[in-house]
Design a protein around this ligand. Structure first.
Ligand code: NDP
Length: 483
């Protein structure tokens, strides 16, 4: 088991152990045991944190980018050195198996700290010559950025928001999901150990109301949310009232199209990664799997064979490769969708069984003969439920793939690379894959179109979302005024 953290919050460079807010029990999803109890941030603590963060930001923005970057890169090194312990904690927080957390969480967080740490020293404005006069631009920080996270990747989400924000000279307050509050505290500890001045990366725990208090505070300049579309609409509207900058990383119901010339094993592998990694709790998952009619049965046979080899069990055993869902509520939601799939006439090919044991366990489910109008083909489930739909015609499948309010990701499996590029170009999605699925390297922009989001995380593109340009016109001659 893990030790209770020394405090619920991390503010001004240290843990704060304040018990005034409502208790926040942390459950280990594999057993349902309460492994720690934290407390919601009070309005007073929120106020103090905002004041401390704003004060700290001034000195941080006056440092050179190289100095800021050095601290972020040091934090990346510490994070990599502690990968094992951080992965164990991530497994307790989320229930994801250690076989995943060892390679996808602190490692991805460290990549972001290293990448943006490297970029920090090279951030510049530009010089624009206008005859004798000229304009120069200064790339300036936004000020105080609030990050609000979903439960599925608590370390990664904290780092994906903190790294570019800090590189650009901002201060950050991060509110983790109430389901997974532990990991961001470790990120804060590591940043301080790496030399980050106090007050620049703060963690406040709480439910949606704490997030809402942060989003509506006029002293906050930017809000970056990773969450569902309904929460995104609320947070975006609240941020708009204060004309704040936003990044919205929201949900999806992404299409994965498998053409008849695809390498079936690769396509099955892509569909497994895009539906069952992290027990399906991944925003970019390709949960509408359109398979060409000619290869559908071969695809389903191979998929079923491979799913039979999934190992459910103790998430801390490195042989386990499929864990529980994060909470009883999420399990109930997923069970509801499985019942709806069956009631609406889809064929349950395999899985969907709840395990009669403590924790929130359900086996990976595949539905075939799914049609576009069925609930399981339209709504984000955020659990291990794959919907397989048939198609025959390229143009038709593109139209059907785009017939959704979401637009986070899309994938195509085909040996015909011309077709791969042609189809991807027509799919309405922000993060796309050809003969692969769900890769998210820090060097590539990540984010959605349509209702799946606004802005981009990762890559150089994130810099534009955590900084603003000031233009300075410089006149070399005299000023000619009409009066
Ligand atoms: P939610 O939208 O329920 O919550 C996201 C965060 O917002 C939580 O920290 C939540 O707090 C907080 N919150 C809730 N209401 C408000 C409010 N009114 N103001 C401010 N903050 C609020 O998402 P989940 O945690 O359920 O995560 C699953 C969703 O996240 C899925 O839709 C998934 O697709 C999406 N997601 C998107 C990703 C992306 O990068 N595009 C990546 C990962 C997930 P609390 O939990 O305490 O209620």
């Amino acid at each position: 088991m893990i030790a209770q953290p020394p405090g619920s919050h991390f503010v001004g460079g240290a843990y704060i152990d304040c018990h005034e807010g409502a208790p926040l029990p942390v459950q280990y999803p594999a057993t349902g045991e309460v492994i720690a109890t934290l407390h919601d941030a009070t309005p007073d603590l929120i106020d103090q944190t905002i004041t401390a963060a704003r004060a700290a930001q001034v000195g941080w923005s006056e440092m050179t980018g190289t100095e800021r970057g050095r601290i972020l890169r040091r934090a990346a090194d510490i994070m990599r050195d502690r990968n094992h312990d951080l992965s164990v904690l991530e497994t307790y927080d989320t229930g994801k198996p250690l076989s995943e957390t060892l390679v996808a969480d602190a490692t991805s967080g460290a990549d972001a700290l290293e990448y943006f740490g490297g970029l920090a020293g090279s951030l510049t404005g530009e010089h624009i010559q206008l005859g004798e006069d000229w304009v120069y631009t200064r790339r300036e920080p936004l000020g105080l950025c609030v990050g609000i996270g979903a439960w599925n990747y608590p370390t990664q989400i904290a780092c994906w928001k903190a790294a570019p924000a800090l590189a650009c000279g901002n201060a950050v307050i991060f509110k983790p999901s109430e389901e997974t509050p532990l990991c961001a505290l470790k990120v804060a500890e590591i940043l301080v150990e790496a030399g980050l001045p106090a007050g620049l990366f703060n963690v406040l725990q709480g439910r949606g109301d704490v997030g809402a208090a942060l989003v509506t505070d006029p002293r906050v300049n930017k809000v970056s949310l990773t969450g569902s579309v309904p929460t995104g609409r609320k947070v975006y509207a609240a941020a708009a009232a204060g004309l704040k900058h936003v990044t919205m990383e929201l949900g999806g119901k992404s299409p994965l199209i498998v053409f008849d010339d695809a390498d079936i094993d690769d396509a099955v592998g892509g569909a497994i990664l895009g539906n069952f990694y992290s027990s399906g709790q991944v925003c970019s998952n390709g949960t509408r799997v359109f398979v060409h009619k000619v290869i559908k049965e071969a695809f389903l046979t191979r998929l079923t064979e491979r799913l039979a080899t999934a190992i459910l069990g103790d998430p801390h055993n490195e042989a386990t490769n499929f864990g529980p869902l994060v909470s009883a509520r999420q399990l109930e939601i997923v069970q509801g969708y499985i019942a709806k799939g069956q009631a609406e006439g889809a064929r349950l090919v395999t899985g969907g069984e709840t395990l009669d044991q403590p924790g929130h366990w359900i086996t990976p489910a595949v539905f075939a003969d799914v049609t576009d109008d069925m609930t399981i083909a339209r709504e984000e489930i955020f659990g291990p439920v794959m919907a397989v739909l048939d198609f025959e015609d390229e143009e038709d499948v593109i139209t059907r793939a785009n017939a959704t309010e979401f637009g986070l990701s899309a994938g195509v499996f085909t040996r015909d690379l011309k077709r791969g590029h042609r189809v991807i170009a027509q799919l309405q999605a922000g993060s796309c894959f050809i003969n692969s699925y769900n890769d998210a390297p820090v060097e590539a922009p990540f984010g959605g179109v349509k209702s799946s989001g606004v802005g981009r995380e990762n890559s150089k593109a994130a810099i534009d979302h955590y900084s603003q340009l000031k233009s300075v016109y410089v006149r070399m001659g005299h000023v000619e005024a009409p009066f």
